[in-house]
Design a binder for this molecule. Structure first.
Ligand SMILES: C[S@@+](CC[C@H](N)C(=O)[O-])C[C@H]1O[C@@H](n2cnc3c(N)ncnc32)[C@H](O)[C@@H]1O
Length: 421
């Protein structure tokens, strides 16, 4: 029963307000020092969860097999959330070099011939972002008739062979309209996963709702193995887009940052066209007589070409558009908001939420743009990985006892805390 506070009990010596204040401040400072670096405010830059130097893997962390790993955007996000990549694979030598330099071992080779690893421990999560070019709007849209389109079969085979507790497939929205025979490919994938014992769901996610400074739509298919005692998967909650503008993301990048001096060199004509475009503008700001013939023809037939927005130069207060692997100054909004140049390799890495310590290697600047454009934004991966942890932990709710043990302030982003007497 609750004790009533009587007037008598209140007669104990009172601490003077002036005395109490420094004690409270000291306590708050101690708690702040113990709290993780990430805070839900403007100081939470998209990449701040990854710290300022290479991120070590957590010993005994959850196990992760990563297929089509590229430079490891997804692996970085999962590592920050407490996962260990026990096997990763990609065919691209440049992406593999970058992966090795920043994250560690990767098996380089074609997934069709490399063979599955013998794992020494049960597998918690298998991720696969099979190539999206055959399905994406930026690509040919030939779907599964494209040679790369059959690669999803290898992801499904890996699921059969390695029996992960959770499966995560990542792809572009275009996957939803691809057909395989008479059936939609998405249905085929879900059906096969279901038959292999997984409860599945899929969702289209905009990375800018998950602390990434970029509007980037991605399809996330998640399967949870039915025979294990796991919690349900919930997609991460959307978060406010505070601090995600292009200006806040790139304008403080100093020349000494890795990859900041690396830029795609444009031809004089492209530079001239770009110089007519103000911040927030596009090719519509270029005088007609300065346009090359091909673009004049399109300008004369705008309806036929569905009002294209070539040479877009976003305003520094805007959120960037999707960084693509092709990185064409004509088709994608890759112009620097205030300088007559396109974004540097470091700038697009930041837009994709890679930390500044993550260095991109490879034979050419073009390859670096491609590696970054192909990547899953690590911050989005991190937000998803936290939810996968909840699944693996059986979604045990956080209790008052857990909360008190953690000794950190409650944040608006925290899930509700349960009281167990
Ligand atoms: C969309 S990217 C994946 C991005 C990555 N999951 C990440 O988190 O950053 C697709 C990757 O598939 C790789 N790839 C394409 N064909 C392959 C094959 N036959 N075997 C292995 N990897 C392949 C490409 O090199 C590319 O890095």
């Amino acid at each position: 029963m609750a004790t009533m506070i009587t007037k008598e009990k209140r007669t104990e010596p009172r601490i003077a307000a002036e005395e109490l204040q420094p004690k409270l401040i000291q306590k708050q400072e101690e708690r702040a020092a113990e709290a993780p670096v990430v805070e839900e405010n403007e100081t939470d830059r998209p990449w701040s969860v990854f710290g300022t130097k290479k991120l070590k893997e957590k010993k005994n962390g959850y196990t992760h097999v990563s297929l089509f790993s590229g430079v490891g955007g997804l692996d970085l996000g999962f590592r920050a959330a407490g996962f260990r990549t026990v096997w990763a694979n990609d065919i691209d030598p440049d992406a593999c070099d970058t992966f090795r330099d920043n994250l560690g071992e990767i098996a380089e080779g074609d997934i069709r011939t490399i063979g599955w690893p013998k794992l020494e421990e049960p597998l918690d999560v298998l991720s696969a972002g099979f190539p999206c070019q055959p399905f994406s709007n930026a690509g040919s849209r030939r779907g599964v008739s494209d040679r790369r389109g059959d690669l999803f079969n290898y992801a499904l085979e890996a699921v059969r062979e390695l029996n992960p507790r959770v499966v995560l497939f990542e792809n572009v929205r275009g996957l939803l309209s691809v057909k395989i025979g008479r059936k939609l490919l998405i249905e085929e994938i879900l059906q096969q996963l279901h038959n292999q014992g997984y409860d599945c769901q899929f969702k289209l996610i905009d990375a800018s709702n998950h602390r990434v400074a970029q509007r980037r739509l991605r399809l996330l298919i998640v399967g949870v193995r039915r025979d294990s005692d796991l919690g349900p998967f919930r997609y991460p909650q959307e978060k406010p887009k505070i601090g995600l503008s292009i200006g806040e993301t790139i304008l403080d990048a100093t020349p000494d940052l890795p990859n900041q001096g690396e830029l795609m060199q444009l031809n004089p004509q492209a530079i001239e066209l770009g110089s007519y475009i103000p911040e927030g503008g596009s090719w519509k700001d270029i005088p007609y007589d300065k346009l090359p013939e091909r673009l004049q023809y399109i300008r004369n037939n705008m309806e036929k070409y569905r009002w294209p927005k070539f040479y877009a130069r976003f305003h520094r207060d805007d959120i960037a558009g999707t960084i693509t692997a092709a990185f064409k100054p004509e088709n994608a909004g890759v112009w620097h908001p205030v300088e007559t140049r396109v974004f540097s390799v470091r700038e697009i890495a930041r837009i994709q939420s890679f930390p500044d310590w993550f260095v991109f290697g490879g034979r050419s600047v073009k390859s670096k743009y491609q590696q970054i454009g192909n990547a899953v934004p690590p911050r989005l991966a991190y937000e998803v990985a936290l939810e996968v942890v909840n699944v693996l932990e059986g979604h045990k709710p956080r209790t008052l006892t857990d909360f008190l043990k953690e000794k950190r302030p409650l944040r608006p982003s925290d899930k509700a805390i349960h009281y167990e007497p």
